[in-house]
Design a protein around this ligand. Structure first.
Ligand code: SAH
Ligand code: SF4
Ligand code: F3S
Length: 467
């Protein structure tokens, strides 16, 4: 048993990072059995679930979408806000119930939630029916833990990591768009955020390994890759090999895969070199997710965000100027401890200034162990809810306006899948990351096509194939 510890998780002493090649073979010992996998949280977790899927399928399990049919249930969890946790424990209730009628059911928990010591205490005390708990740093041990499962609850969570695994195998969800990890962890320690604790210190993959992965994906017919990191700007800094994110982006572009995206970029240290590379290559999509978090300098300081609103505006304008037709989206938190009406007003002001193409908005949620969780907060929850509503109304009006600008225009859409709502439609994304539902045949999946926009809503567009 290995249990997480927040002091170890906080540790950023310089350590030598080991890059380890994975070459494990698995036996399909569970042939005929079914797995049910549920994912919470960000793109990184979605991609981790593709690794989990690979392990489960290598062990012989096949996928089921019906919980009751499963022989193994894996919940890949998130810890970013309290409601992410509530969802997981809510779902665990169903799993517990199922285990009563299916005693051989294996229940596994992985992801960010289990990196938190207080959650592990809760699991040990009140959720003994969970068989296997594995953390974010040793997901590769999941198959072994399943194979040698004992009747006792097995918790294997490490607090931090000095490793980067290479040659990781994935059972990818899509054959059109692929996620690629470029760096793990985060060293920024924004005071509200749990990620530096759950994902450990910043560790970059070596550029040659990333490029090899891009080449293989291109060869397999992928149309799009998204480079993933909590803070892609920091890519390469820990390696000291003379390359950085701009270098990686440029080398990726040269491989010639049709579409390249990246998330997330921090407004701090978003270099001119990065902007120039984005502007230069047609296959780097004109889309930047640039989380602002707040419009108030006082709050940004308390959040440890390392930029002022003036600096954000300068960067924002520079990107808009240099990258043709660029779309910029953001994340905003309302109700940070003791956020005043003036602070909140400043957030509305910056939204009015930037007119973001889209914004993800959240009510601040205290996370155990973070600096902000220890700050005094006198703002009632109802006030925070009211602020969120006001902010959402404003943000949505700009999303709608930016979508309406495309009415009647012809845009390039990479068709990714059948539309969820209407089986006669397919959906995909514009280069600026706007979701489009397109009338037409399924044989367009995987192609970049011209679409004429016929309707615009706040969160999506409708269109027809332009012949
Ligand atoms: N590394 C990325 C993503 C972080 S998590 C980044 O820095 O942008 C995604 C978003 O969740 C953050 O941008 C922030 O807006 C929000 N978030 C993080 N911690 C939060 C908390 N404690 N309460 C509410 N929202 C939070
Ligand atoms: Fe969290 Fe800040 Fe790191 Fe993003 S940059 S993951 S918000 S600590
Ligand atoms: Fe959640 Fe962990 Fe991602 S906390 S948002 S799954 S990095």
């Amino acid at each position: 048993m290995n249990l997480p510890d927040l002091c170890v998780a906080r540790n950023r002493d310089k350590v030598e990072v080991k890059h380890i090649e994975q070459h494990q073979e698995y036996e399909p010992l569970f042939k005929g059995q079914k797995y049910f996998l549920r994912t919470y949280g960000c793109q990184m977790n979605v991609h981790d679930s593709e690794e989990i899927k690979f392990y489960l399928e290598a062990l012989g399990f096949t996928k089921t979408e019906i919980l009751e049919d499963a022989d193994i249930v894996v919940l890949n969890t998130c810890a970013i806000r309290e409601n992410a946790k509530d969802k997981v424990f809510g779902y665990l209730g169903r799993c517990k119930h199922l285990k009563k009628v299916k005693p051989n059911l294996i229940i596994c928990l992985c992801g960010c939630l289990v990196q938190q010591p207080h959650e592990i205490e809760e699991i040990k005390k009140n959720h003994q029916y969970i068989d296997i708990v594995v953390g974010t740093h040793n997901l590769n041990e999941l198959p072994e833990l399943i194979v040698k499962k004992s009747p006792k609850q097995d918790i294997e969570v490490f607090s931090n990591s000095d490793k980067v695994f290479e040659n990781v195998k994935y059972a990818r969800d899509s054959q059109v768009c692929a996620w690629i990890n470029i760096a793990y962890g985060c060293d920024k320690f924004c005071t509200y955020c749990i990620v530096p604790y759950t994902r450990g210190r910043e560790r970059s993959r070596k550029m040659e390994n990333i490029l090899r992965e891009v080449q293989a994906l291109k060869k397999a017919g992928y149309q799009e890759v998204t480079l993933l990191g909590q803070n892609v700007n920091a890519y390469g800094n820990d390696l000291g090999l003379g390359y950085n994110f701009a270098t990686l982006l440029e080398e990726t572009a040269k491989i010639g895969i049709p579409r390249i995206r990246f998330v997330t970029s921090h407004p701090w240290n978003f270099t001119d070199e990065m902007i120039d590379v984005i502007a230069k290559y047609e296959n780097i999509m004109p889309y930047v997710h640039l989380p602002i978090q707040s419009g108030s300098d006082a709050i940004l300081k308390k959040m440890n965000r390392r930029y002022t609103i003036e600096e954000y505006k300068t960067l924002f304008n520079k990107i808009k100027e240099k990258v043709k037709n660029v779309a910029i989206t953001t994340d905003i938190i309302v109700g940070f401890p003791n956020e005043t009406d003036e602070d909140f007003k400043a957030t509305l002001d910056i939204v009015n200034y930037c007119k973001f193409d889209n914004a993800f908005t959240f009510i601040y949620s205290p996370r155990v162990g973070t600096a902000a969780a220890r700050m005094e907060d006198k703002i009632p929850y109802e006030v925070k809810q009211k602020r969120l509503k006001e902010l959402n109304d404003l943000v949505n009006s700009y999303s709608l306006a930016s979508n309406q600008k495309l009415l009647g225009k012809t845009v390039k859409v990479l068709v990714t899948e059948k539309s969820e709502k209407d089986q006669n439609k397919v959906c995909g994304y514009t280069d600026t990351m706007k979701l489009v539902n397109v009338e037409g045949a399924q044989d367009l999946i995987g192609q970049i096509i011209d679409v004429e926009i016929t309707a615009a809503k706040s969160f999506s567009l409708d269109g027809i194939v332009k012949k």
